[in-house]
Design a protein around this ligand. Sequence first.
Ligand code: V47
Length: 366
Amino acid sequence: MERIRNRVTDPALKGILQKLQDGRRLDFEDGMALFATPDFLGLGAMANDVKEQKTGEDAYFVVNRQINPSNICVLSCKFCEFAAKKGDSKAYEMSLDEILARCGDDVAEVHIVGGLHPDWPFDVYLDIVRTIRKNFPRIQIKAYTAVEVDFFSRIAKLSVEKVLERLREAGMDTMPGGGAEVFSERVKKDLFPQKIGAEPWLRIHRLAHRMGIRSNATLLYGHIETREERVRHMLLLRDLQDETHGFLSFIPLSFQVGTTQIVDRPASAMEDLRTIAVARLLLDNFVHIKAYWVMLGLDVTAMALNFGADDLDGTIGKETIAHMAGADSPAGLTRNFLVGMIREAGRVPVVRDGLYNKLEVIGSVA
Ligand code: V47
């Protein structure tokens, strides 16, 4: 921290820098000051320094596939361009064969998330996991958000704990961080009134962590939420992480405007980087902060590696949620592309698995 003191010009940031140097925890006011500072590069330098203390020069990615088995959903969230009703022209359901075709022996992790289907019993969701596990015993399966787990518990009339047990028996390894949106009753009322709110989302992740299931956490920003709501959201996640240490990574998701008309334009590149940097500084008990290239775009993602992020998610294959909302990032990236991007950002590419075990550190070319 000392080495970056002269790169911080805003007096408010200097006070926060001192706190970090003294090992004191940042609070709500600090979070607000970090969002408000005009000293953008000072903020980035601080976040970068904390990133380097935690994960050195490493930038992680995983060879993965995202699988969205169906977009048919009983919910009607205003912000979501992915969901469809049965009979809509864009509605789809993947067969088990189609799902298996998305996997492969080179794939370390699959990420499964989709709609809350009105007709599929819990068994269909379990079968998806079981079938992947049976055909690809070594793949790590990151499956189903807290929103889906809550839905399964209602349709199958099982406790959340039982649902998680069944999923684990079927082959699920970890849980993705989706469905958290913003922990704000105000935003929920307007954008996703039927979806579970903060309390159930946090309760389900707490339960998963207690059962030894690691998970991620997200924040959907860049719509009608305020910076205050973003800070409060991060602090609620920090509290749960203090309690369980079960979160693997935090992923700020930049809202893709699509045709929703919720806002005129997406968050600016500076706001994206600011959000990543604030997350790195406030979430002192998270090791990994993910720059999700699908929603940030490739340029902001590369810059984020010097603004506090240490992970890029992965190669992905074919993503549907952001792309149905008009994301202009590519559908998937090759391993070589990610390596090049990480090197260009001055970092060391590390191929990881779904639990952040290092599979390969790609040293510099001779
Ligand atoms: O929960 C929906 C979001 C999430 C839009 O855990 C949108 O490793 C932006 O959670 N613009 C699903 N976001 C994706 C997700 C995720 C992604 C990558 C990695 C991980 C992980 C999790 O996508 C949803 C919702 O918050 N979303 N619509 C949109 N138009």
